[in-house]
Each structure stands twice: as C-alpha cells, then as structure tokens.
Write a protein that binds this ligand. Structure first.
Ligand SMILES: Nc1nc2c(c(=O)[nH]1)N[C@H]1C(S)=C(S)[C@@H](COP(=O)(O)O)O[C@H]1N2
Ligand SMILES: [Mo]
Length: 205
C-alpha cells in the first residue's frame, strides 16, 4: 500500500446476540472493566517467529507467518462477551480476519466436524466447526481499535462471541480440524464441550 493511501475500511459485522432485548445471559452480571483470565503466565510472543498452523482434516496443511496473517482482509465485529466466572462485557469491537476468511485458505475435508485450537504454552480449547465458522467469529488482532495487550492475547486471539469466553483462545498458534470432539484444557477440567451462555452450558456434569 502506498504510504499516503487511505487504509481500506473494514466491513462491520454486528453479532446477532447484541440485538437481544435482554443482553445479559442468565447468571451473569455486567462489568465495564475487562478482567484478565487465564491459566498460567502471559507468554511473550515474538511476531517474527509467530506462525498459525492449520492442520488435521484438511487436504493440505497450511502455515501463515504473522506478516501473511495480518495482511488478510479484516472485519470489525461488534459483540458482547460472557465469561463463565459470571461477568459479561457489552459492546466490544474486535478486528482481524474472520474465521471464515482464514478457513477459506485451506480445503477442509467433509469429515471435519470439530476444531481444537492450540495456543502458546499448550493451552487448547475445542468447539464445533459450525460455531468456529459462525458469522461473528474472528481472529482478533485489535480490541476497540488498539492492538491486543499481551494479557488479552497479543498478537492474535480467537473470539467466538456466542460461546462462553473460555472458547476464545488467547495467543493462538494452531487450528486442528477433527472428526470427533476432543476436550481442550478447561473442558478436561469439567467445563462444557459446547458452552452456550444462554443455556448456561457451564459444566459437563
Ligand atoms: N491461551 C489461553 N486462552 C484463554 C484462556 C487460557 O487460559 N489460555 N482462558 C480463557 C478464559 S477462561 C477466558 S474467560 C478468556 C479471558 O480472556 P481475557 O483475559 O481477555 O478477558 O480467555 C480464554 N482464553
Ligand atoms: Mo473464563
């Protein structure tokens, strides 16, 4: 892009849940702050060594460098987020390539029905492929027009607004396409395999 050209505007996707009359799911309370929540420590990620690997049930594996990934067409997603620890934060804008844009860069085999996200330091989380590919799901590089901070997932995190926020993997490094649903980190510790906040799918027991 020439230096003085206007940056391309990103299309805005409004998460369908923001149109609900009551936007706070059952058992949740609204917070204006943005709490930080994760297992372990905040990784230091060097974008010159960063890659995103797409593997598993795909015709051919694909790996993006950070430069390639951040050049993908981006969207803004306006959405609400809901942590299973009972806070909800309304009216967030996340920006980055949609999961559909990223997934379109590989041929996903028909047998693939689930994904497992792989993150720095071995964190994983699982979700159905159709939830991963929902219209308001993206790989976010920005929140409210500022780059993600290290504690919120810099350089790239997943955001799937219509599932509990633990599915929104921070510091993501890989997407594995699977025929069977394999429990990720929190899911192995009793959290729900699906995690719909409107049905309070908090735990799997
Ligand atoms: N890599 C990684 N991603 C993660 C987690 C984690 O432990 N590691 N925790 C999840 C949980 S439980 C929540 S609620 C959100 C919190 O994101 P935030 O700290 O940006 O609010 O990140 C999710 N993504
Ligand atoms: Mo969470």
């Amino acid at each position: 892009m020439p230096e003085n050209s206007i940056p391309p505007t990103r299309p805005t996707i409004v998460s369908p849940d923001t149109h609900r009359v009551r936007r706070i799911p059952p058992g949740q309370s609204e917070t204006r702050k943005w709490p930080v929540l994760h297992y372990g420590s905040v990784p230091h990620v060097d974008t010159s060594a960063w890659t995103l690997r797409m593997f598993g049930l795909v015709k051919q594996e694909k790996q993006f460098t950070f430069q390639q990934f951040s050049a993908l067409p981006s969207v803004n997603v306006q959405c609400d987020i809901h942590c299973v620890t009972r806070w909800s934060r309304l009216n967030n804008t996340f920006s980055g390539p949609s999961t559909r844009t990223v997934a379109a860069r590989v041929d996903i085999l028909p047998a693939a029905k689930f994904v497992l996200l792989h993150c720095e330091q071995g964190f994983t989380t699982n979700l159905p492929l159709d939830a991963f590919l929902s219209e308001d799901a993206l790989f976010a590089l920005y929140h409210d027009n500022a780059p993600l901070t290290p504690e919120h997932g810099y350089p790239v995190r997943l955001v799937v607004p219509r599932l509990y926020f633990w599915k929104s993997a921070k510091w993501v490094r890989g997407v594995e396409f699977l025929a069977e649903d394999i429990p990720g980190f929190w899911e192995q510790n009793g959290y729900h395999m699906h995690g719909d906040p409107w049905d309070e799918e908090r735990f799997s027991f």
